[in-house]
Design a protein around this ligand. Structure first.
Ligand code: SF4
Length: 116
């Protein structure tokens, strides 16, 4: 099985930030290298969990918090986090993810008992 959601995110980042174009300084977004590193780490955590997804309720609650956050950026139908650089449609859907400034936490491990 090939797992490539992080590659999709990296391709999107390349389209958003053109070479030589200054980064937005207002909220000090992570560099391209840091964003790529964050995406790879997130993907590894997600794969390590066995691709555990957050519940739809948790995903929606996370997204509502993000919508009120000054670090949410990008188009309304495909926003990203200007703090970690992740695409929020994925970040909020993966159980292993957490907000980089502690506004919401990972749900991985919270409903693991009795599984199997
Ligand atoms: S993940 Fe956290 S920092 Fe990023 S937009 Fe959502 S609430 Fe804000």
């Amino acid at each position: 099985m090939v797992f490539r959601p992080h590659l999709k995110q990296i391709e999107k980042l390349k389209k958003v930030q053109k070479p030589g174009e200054p980064e937005q300084k207002e909220q000090e977004p992570p560099s391209m290298m840091q964003k790529a590193s964050n995406i790879v780490k997130s993907s590894a955590r997600y794969a390590g969990s066995g691709f555990k997804k957050a519940s739809e309720k948790t995903k929606n609650e996370r997204m509502e918090i993000c919508k009120k956050c000054k670090f949410m950026t990008g188009p309304e139908d495909d926003p990203s986090c200007n703090k970690c650089g992740c695409f929020l449609s994925l970040k909020t859907a993966w159980a292993t993810e957490s907000c980089p400034i502690g506004k919401w936490s990972s749900s991985f491990g919270q409903s693991q008992s009795g599984g199997g």
